[in-house]
Design a protein around this ligand. Structure first.
Ligand code: IPM
Ligand code: MG
Length: 361
């Protein structure tokens, strides 16, 4: 089959990790007789440097005309990079928010899995980590506080900033449906996270999620307040299957969930719209401090490429090959610096890519 993929190498370690993902995809394509056409676009700091804006309209059009987008990471050091002296709408992150909106990527899937081989990296107590965990955070990605009206004003000499949090029932329903659909393919449990004891948007969230749940009698639904969820993630992460939540709660909880795995360099993500189109990126950031040193972990991006094959192209067999190669290379004891432990073999970014490509080809 022919796969048209737009790549966003981005900033920091982005270009290095995307190069390794392409290496793995190319080996797979050769093995299974697929043809991949890549088109690169700039986003974030790289686009600011080239065009003065974090995302151009042409870049959006290129992405729209592809079947899927594979992204590295964007952004720089917020205290030292000149990008952060620009007004907020011209900073690197604004590019990411705009592409999510422009491509209607309302469903963000962030799996957080404790890899057996990396159990030692888990910062939780052994009694807790022994149970293992495998959860998926389904985060609403194009609504809520991050896209509401915002402004900073001065009233009687007092500066005041206003952000607005809005959700309508259609936005809640479509993400809830995605959450229940994916739960049907997993352990059939949805934990819907909100702040219904305070927020109107959360009370509507709860009602609509319950309406959607009525269509999925096999799925167990529970509601959890976001502050309690933050605690439960470190106390008993094994209780979760699908966590369904709004944009900001999902942003925060997904960082927490990835941290408890102890290996954020391993976690992939997919941002999907209503069709098969998606943007796939690692859950971690651009790590400008280690950029260009060939020490970054490319696995999260490679696993994001696997999610891309699965969700956008229905190439499950090829995706399984990537996932298995990752498991095997870890079993054989190869580690990048972020997941290194005693007795293992330290490898760089390129070497990790070569090892994984080698297991497939
Ligand atoms: C993420 C990031 C982004 C977000 C930032 C960079 C705008 O933190 O993907 O989680 O908050 O969505
Ligand atoms: Mg985040």
């Amino acid at each position: 089959m022919e796969l048209n993929i737009t790549c966003i190498p981005g900033d920091g370690i982005g270009p290095e990790i995307v190069a390794e993902a392409k290496k793995v995809l190319d080996v797979l394509a050769k093995k299974y007789g697929h043809k991949i056409n890549y088109t690169d676009i700039l986003m974030g700091g790289a686009s600011i440097d080239a065009y003065g804006v974090p995302l151009t309209e042409e870049a959006v059009q290129t992405a729209k005309s592809a079947d899927a987008v594979l992204m590295g990471s964007i952004g720089g050091d917020t205290t030292t990079s000149p990008w952060y002296k620009l007004p907020p709408h011209l900073r690197p992150e604004a590019g990411l928010l705009s592409i999510r909106k422009a491509l209607n990527l309302f469903a963000n899937l962030r799996p957080a899995v404790l890899y057996e081989e990396l159990a030692e990296a888990c910062p939780l107590k052994k009694e807790i980590s022994a149970a293992g965990f495998d959860m998926l955070i389904m985060r609403e990605l194009t609504g809520g506080l991050y896209f509401g009206e915002r402004k900073t004003v001065e009233e009687n000499g007092i500066r005041k900033a206003i952000d607005t949090l809005t959700y309508d029932e259609t936005e809640i329903r479509r993400i809830a449906v995605k959450g229940f659909e994916i739960a049907m393919k997993r352990k059939k449990k949805v934990t819907s996270v909100d702040k219904a004891n305070v927020l109107d948007s959360s009370r509507l969230w709860r009602k609509v999620v319950e309406e959607v749940a009525a269509g999925y009698p096999e799925v167990t639904l529970e509601h959890m307040l976001v502050d309690n969820c933050a605690m439960q993630l470190v106390k008993d992460p094994a209780q979760f299957d699908v966590i369904l939540t709004e944009n900001m709660f999902g942003d925060i909880l997904s960082d927490e969930a990835s941290m408890v795995t102890g290996s954020i360099g391993m976690l992939a993500s997919a941002s999907l719209n209503d069709s098969r189109f998606g943007l796939y990126e690692p859950s971690h950031g651009s790590a400008p401090d280690i950029a260009g040193k060939d020490i970054a972990n490319p696995i999260a991006t490679i696993l994001s490429a696997s999610m891309m094959l699965r969700y956008s192209f229905d190439l499950d067999k090829e995706a399984d090959e990537i996932d298995l190669a990752v498991k095997n290379v870890l079993k054989e004891g190869y580690r990048t610096a972020d997941i290194m432990s005693d007795g293992c073999t330290l490898v760089g970014c390129k070497q990790m890519g070569d090892l994984l490509a080698g297991r497939i080809g």
